[in-house]
Design a protein around this ligand. Sequence first.
Ligand SMILES: Nc1ncnc2c1ncn2[C@@H]1O[C@H](COP(=O)(O)OP(=O)(O)O)[C@@H](O)[C@H]1O
Ligand SMILES: [Mg+2]
Length: 214
Amino acid sequence: MSYLISFEGIEGCGKTTQLEMAAKFLRRSNIPILTTEEPGGTPLGDRIRKILLNRESFDICAEAELLLFVAARAQHVREVLQPALAKGQWILCDRFSDATMVYQGFARGIDEKWIKKLNDFATMSLKPRLTLLFDLPAETGLRRALQRMTNLPENSKEDRFEQEGLNFHENIRNGYLSLARREPDRFRIINAAEDITAIHKEVCRHLETLRKNS
Ligand SMILES: Nc1ncnc2c1ncn2[C@@H]1O[C@H](COP(=O)(O)OP(=O)(O)O)[C@@H](O)[C@H]1O
Ligand SMILES: [Mg+2]
């Protein structure tokens, strides 16, 4: 049985940290896995990622931003996700369609109906079986994200979204929580303010439940 599992939440909530730990846990259990991220995961996606996440000298309007995220996703689904699922792998994906609903919909104000249509088009209606939402106050997440970034060279900083105000990130948090309320069977909300080990244990618990039911 293969599954797509997405890791979602605001900047600095611990997605990447927890995804790497979850990958090790699944590998130890001999589950064939693939780890990947959005935007990215393909050569085209990586090029688009640089445009979207690195601070550039030009403006990107909300509509163009939406289409770039969705373009990267269309390539990712066809080139990486579908083939991996066909091979029976579990996919751990750092952000997926929900991020677009929340960032470009809730926060940037683009009509949700558009985003849903474009997401369905890009993904061929592929949805995660499980979405882990790492929830914490925007202030804490941003502090962690900026801290992590201070050690990186200026030209590799993926901080275009971190430049947005606290209010933007609070909207993102609330957007995720409202998506989770709409689809309680798919989402698991995890308190990301806990320490790394406690969060990892909870992630493992959810993965175990999925495995037992497969
Ligand atoms: N539970 C936690 N408590 C404290 N610091 C954390 C926790 N989880 C992650 N971090 C740290 O916060 C920073 C951001 O974590 P990261 O996993 O990169 O977040 P994301 O991928 O969601 O942006 C990293 O420096 C990481 O070591
Ligand atoms: Mg990350």
